[in-house]
Write a protein of this length. Structure first.
Length: 626
């Protein structure tokens, strides 16, 4: 039997190591050159070249998801991901930027009209759309017309388009208003096939956040509860759109038979069907619409109408960084967007410690006289929610009123952090409530047994191994299950007591509207869970009034970035906006597959973010809508 000599072995592994070092150096050098090039381009490229013609149209081409706060994205990691064929994260648009742009355009004499190009608009909650729509109405009230034009209008896109003076649809286009739905994935059978055991502890008849892991379908309780608030949202949508388009809510098509009948009457022509139903005002090609706009605002050198895009106009009117006047009193704004997790978190996720730190900054700033806590969250860690709630109470104890302003969602843990506020404001279409607690634990003892892997040993007490995750490998013992259930019940009582204390309700009264039930803001007002209905600006005005302020500035207290993080975002953010970085094209097939994988990823990222130290969660999974 022959054997390799030690020298050959050393040369073999030495060659592998040298190859690795060459590969690593190549990657690092390439990345360094890329960073230097983008840095030089960002320095020497003029950013002051945006010009607005004397007669022009603002093209509001919104591309991405409308959000209250942009999530933190590492630009370098994003570049590497896309360079190797990965799918980029969806673009996000700050609602505040859109409002600022439309407000400025309303008073800009150069902007004589607006064109809504909404083909790139993706996710957007009804409260955000309503806030933008109010500013569009102000634009029209100033004597300026709005024209919406597109090949396809989905539900969110059409809501904004309905504010236009004229809605133009491509002759080959369509309008699809399908209503609201919630269609989560269910994993019970998949987990069983993987021999993963799911242990659930909960309180609340309607606390359905754990159902995807213990069922293969929606329970009747969850079905009734979800349909209840979805119908509220859909009724609000129909009422607002019908009023603007001057038709009745009965004009909305809601059944297959009705849709087929209308489509048959129009010989399968979706565009003509939309025109007959009054959803659009005119069928026009791109060329026809372009000629119309040229007649209105003139022609530029590119043989189209004089225009300025959303991003270009935003660069002129929205400052990159907020200038803080140290002499004026302030209403501070703290945005809590995303899942609530224990510890610190970047923007787009609510960390118990990091969000509490922002509230403490507001409390320690003598110029901050009141605080608005803007919430867009379905909840998460009960422990982290309690930490944030205690900081809200500390602000009140310091004599600073706190207005909780609910955005799209402020449910479960999102309601927990709102409850201690001086006042709670919600949009009529806010999704809130879901007052309940659950615990979720997966164990792999059966999976390990199937693989022939066993865990065994001894401990000085029956509790030994609990904190190191032994139940994950060996399963939960009957008494351990009793302990967890007792903790859940205690957490639910604490939740009820906290809400009752701050809302002036008895525990029994809170329990009647709790049990995990979800409400719209309008219903929550009726049940005493919120104080007033109104938007973000209304909440700011209420905070100022509570603090007795007549002259004040609004100060946003956000996540603090390191100098390096800020530099990288400034460089790469500007490069991305100007199109210097590669953009990946996604085929329709990949888009469809992407929606599936996105849901899977969302559910399991959510599961991985369950990091409450006690394993208690106040979270509303079904508060997502499609």
């Amino acid at each position: 039997m022959s054997t390799a000599s030690p020298g050959i072995v050393r040369r073999f592994f030495g060659g592998i190591w040298r190859g690795y070092k060459v590969f690593r150096s190549l990657i690092l050098n390439t990345l360094f050159i890329l960073i230097v090039l983008i840095f030089l381009i960002s320095i020497f490229s003029s950013k002051d070249t945006v010009e607005v013609p004397a007669t022009s149209a603002l093209v509001l081409n919104l591309n991405g998801d409308l959000v209250e706060e942009k999530r933190f994205v590492d630009p370098i990691a994003t570049i590497l991901n896309e360079s190797f064929g990965g799918q980029s994260e969806p673009n996000e648009i700050l609602v505040s930027d859109v409002l600022r742009v439309v407000q400025q355009a309303t008073h800009d004499d150069r902007i004589q009209a607006m064109v809504l190009d909404l083909s790139g608009l993706r996710r957007a909650s009804l409260d955000k759309l309503h806030a933008i729509g109010a500013e569009l109405d102000n634009f029209k009230a100033a004597g300026k017309n709005i024209y919406a034009r597109g090949a396809f209008f989905g539900q969110n896109q059409y809501f904004l388009a309905s504010h236009a003076n004229e809605v133009h649809l491509d002759p080959q286009g369509a309008v699809l208003l399908e209503g609201y739905g919630s269609f989560p994935m269910y994993y019970k059978s998949a987990l069983e096939k993987l021999k993963v055991n799911t242990h659930v502890f909960r309180v609340g008849t309607y606390k359905s956040a754990v159902e995807p892991f213990i069922r293969d379908d929606m329970s009747e309780e969850a079905r009734q509860d979800t349909l209840f608030w979805l119908n509220d949202l859909w009724d609000s949508y129909k009422a607002m759109v019908a009023e603007r388009r001057d038709f009745t809510v009965e004009s909305f098509i809601e059944t297959h038979d009705e849709f087929y009948k209308h489509l048959q009457q129009h010989d399968g022509d979706l565009a003509q069907m939309a025109l007959t139903l009054g959803l659009v005002d005119q069928l026009s090609t791109q060329q026809e619409f372009r000629r119309k706009m040229i007649e209105l605002v003139g022609q530029n050198d590119n043989h189209t109408f004089n225009q300025v895009t959303f991003d270009d106009y935003r660069s002129l009117v929205v400052p990159k960084r907020q200038m803080d006047n140290p002499l004026t009193d302030k209403v501070a704004v703290v945005v809590a967007r995303g899942m609530i997790v224990d510890g610190s978190a970047k923007a787009g996720t609510i960390g118990g410690e990091s969000t509490a730190a922002m509230l403490r900054r507001a409390r320690s700033d003598d110029k901050v006289k009141a605080v608005v806590l803007r919430i867009d969250s379905g909840g998460g860690s009960a422990f982290a929610s309690d930490i944030i709630g205690r900081e809200v109470q500390a602000l009140r104890d310091a004599g600073k009123p706190v207005i909780a302003s609910m955005g799209a969602v402020a449910a479960s843990g999102g309601y927990w952090i709102a409850a201690p506020a001086t006042e709670i404001w919600a949009s009529p279409t806010t999704i809130t409530g879901s007052i309940g607690i659950f615990g979720l634990f997966h164990s792999l003892e059966d999976s390990f047994n199937a693989l022939g892997v066993n865990v065994d040993g001894v401990g000085t007490t029956e509790l030994s191994g609990l904190s190191s995750g032994l139940p994950f490998y060996k399963g939960l013992q009957p008494r351990e299950k009793d302990i967890f259930q007792l903790l859940i019940e205690r957490g639910y009582k604490d939740f009820l007591s906290m809400v009752g204390e701050h809302r002036g309700m008895s525990i029994e009264e809170v329990d009647k509207v709790a049990q995990g039930r979800v409400f719209t803001g309008q219903r929550a007002l009726e049940y005493g869970l919120v104080d007033k209905l109104g938007g973000f600006e209304d909440a700011i005005a209420a905070a100022a009034e509570r603090a007795g302020l007549s002259h004040y500035d609004v100060k946003v207290i956000g996540h603090e970035l390191s100098p390096f993080e800020q530099m990288v975002i400034d460089i790469f953010g500007g490069a991305a906006n100007q199109g210097w970085l590669p953009q990946s094209a996604i085929s329709p097939e990949r888009q469809a597959l992407g929606r599936l994988t996105q849901q899977l990823r969302h559910d399991f990222v959510t599961l991985s973010n369950f990091n409450d130290p006690q394993g208690l969660y106040a979270f509303c999974l079904l508060c997502q809508i499609d």
